[in-house]
Design a binder for this molecule. Structure first.
Ligand SMILES: [Zn+2]
Length: 377
C-alpha cells in the first residue's frame, strides 16, 4: 500500500491505496513536488464536477521503474507532467484521472507516447518542476500575444499565483514596463516585499484605474493586458482594460471567463470564451488571435488559450535554467502531504488569505516531508 491524499465531498484526508503494478511500455514514478493551484481549489469546493479523488496536476516525479525505451524515460530521471491530453480531453491528470498527490504514480504508455511526461534536467532544482505546468500556460499566452504586438509595456490584472507568474516571466524576458493590478492591496504588498514588482508599478483596481495606467505610460497606454483575475470582477476588469490598452494592442484572456460571456464594449465578440478556447494545447500552431473594435472605435486584438504543449514546457525549462530563483518567489508555503490535507480542508471552507500565519499565494507539496510539516517561504 502507498499513501495518497484523498478528496471526497470537500473532505481531504491521508489514506492508503494499492501500490500500482507496471506493464509493458509503462513507468512507475515517485512524485517529488506537486503544486496546488486555483483549479484544485474549485475541485475541492465542488465548484467543478471533475471526478478525480486524488488531485495534483502540476508536478515532478522521479522514475523508479521503466518499461519504456523512450529517451529520458529511464530509472533515476526526473519528469514533469503535462496534465491535458490533446487527443482525449476526458483524461486530465488530477481532474478526471488520479493525480500526483500520492507516493507512487503509474505513467501509461499512451502518456509517454503523447509527450505528456517531459524530461526535467537534473541540473535544475526539482522543486521548480512543480511550477512548469502553470508557467507553461504563461509562456503560451506571451507567445500568442507576441504574434500581435511588440511587448514593451504590459499590464497584468490579478495578483494571484498565475498573475504573479506572468509578472515574473515578463521581467525575466526584459519587458520595459510591467504593471500589476489587483482588487486589494495585500497581494501587491507581498509582491513588493519579495522584489517581484516595484511599488510604483502596482495599482489597485478602482474607477480611476484607466487614468492611472495612462499616467504611468505617459498617456500611451500598454501594449498588452493579461487578464488573470477570477470571477466575479473579470468582465468589469476587461471593460476597463479596453480604456488603457493602446490601439492595436493585445489582450490575453487567461482566466475568469466562462462560456457565453460577452461585454457591451466589445459588440462584435459574441462569446469571449470561444476566443479563449480557440487555442488549445498549442493548436493551431500559428495561434488564433481575433481582431475586433471596441464600442468606442478602437481596434484591438484578443486571444486566450487552454492547456499547454511540449514546446511551452521546453520554453519554461529554458527559463528555469537561468531564472529559477526568480520564479520560485511565487511559492508562499511548502507543505507535507499530511499538512496539505489541512490546507485542502481550509480551502474547502472558503477563501484562505493566510495559512500558518502568513499570506497564502501558492503552496507546493514536498512529498519527502513526513508528518505535519509546513514551511512559510
Ligand atoms: Zn493548475
Amino acid at each position: 500500500m502507498i499513501k495518497a491524499l484523498k478528496t471526497i465531498d470537500k473532505n481531504t484526508s491521508l489514506s492508503e491505496v494499492d501500490t500500482p503494478t507496471i506493464e509493458d511500455g509503462q513507468m512507475i514514478t515517485q512524485p517529488l513536488f506537486v503544486g496546488v493551484c486555483g483549479t484544485d481549489l474549485q475541485i475541492i469546493r465542488r465548484q467543478r464536477p471533475d471526478p478525480a479523488t486524488i488531485l495534483g496536476h502540476e508536478g515532478i516525479a522521479r522514475i523508479l521503474e521503466s518499461k519504456s525505451s523512450k529517451k529520458g524515460m529511464q530509472p533515476g530521471e526526473n519528469v514533469v507532467f503535462n496534465p491535458v491530453d490533446p487527443t482525449d480531453q476526458n483524461q486530465i491528470l488530477g481532474h478526471n484521472i488520479p493525480g500526483l498527490l500520492q507516493e507512487r504514480y503509474l505513467v501509461t504508455e499512451h502518456a509517454i507516447d503523447q509527450d505528456l511526461v517531459v524530461p526535467f534536467p537534473k541540473a535544475i532544482d526539482p522543486m521548480l518542476g512543480a511550477l512548469v505546468e502553470p508557467l507553461g500556460t504563461v509562456v503560451y499566452g506571451h507567445s500568442l500575444v507576441s504574434k500581435a504586438v511588440n511587448q514593451s509595456s504590459i499590464a497584468i490584472v490579478g495578483a494571484g499565483a498565475i498573475g504573479i507568474m506572468n509578472a515574473l516571466y515578463a521581467k525575466a524576458q526584459g519587458y520595459k514596463q510591467v504593471l500589476l493590478i489587483n482588487a486589494s492591496r495585500d497581494h501587491l504588498d507581498w509582491c513588493i516585499q519579495r522584489g517581484i514588482i516595484e511599488e510604483e508599478n502596482t495599482f489597485i483596481d478602482s474607477d480611476n484605474l484607466a487614468d492611472e495606467i495612462l499616467a504611468a505610460t505617459q498617456g500611451a497606454g500598454v501594449d498588452a493586458v493579461y487578464m488573470c483575475t477570477s470571477r466575479p470582477n473579470a468582465l468589469a476588469a476587461l471593460s476597463q482594460a479596453l480604456h488603457y490598452i493602446k490601439a492595436n494592442g493585445c489582450i490575453d484572456l487567461v482566466g475568469g471567463i466562462k462560456d457565453g460571456d460577452k461585454i457591451e464594449d466589445l459588440p462584435s465578440v459574441e462569446d469571449l470564451n470561444a476566443v479563449r478556447r480557440a487555442n488549445f494545447c498549442g493548436i493551431p500552431s500559428d495561434g488564433y488571435i481575433e481582431t475586433t473594435t471596441t464600442a468606442e472605435g478602437k481596434q484591438i486584438n484578443l486571444t486566450g488559450h487552454r492547456g499547454t504543449s511540449l514546446k511551452h514546457f521546453e520554453g519554461v525549462i529554458e527559463n528555469l535554467r537561468s531564472h529559477g530563483d526568480t520564479f520560485s518567489k511565487v511559492i508562499s508555503h511548502i507543505v507535507s502531504l499530511e499538512a496539505c490535507a489541512g490546507l485542502f480542508n481550509e480551502l474547502a471552507e472558503g477563501q484562505v488569505k493566510e495559512f500558518n500565519g502568513s499570506p497564502y499565494i501558492k503552496a507546493v507539496v514536498d512529498l519527502s516531508l513526513t508528518g505535519h510539516s509546513i514551511r512559510n517561504v
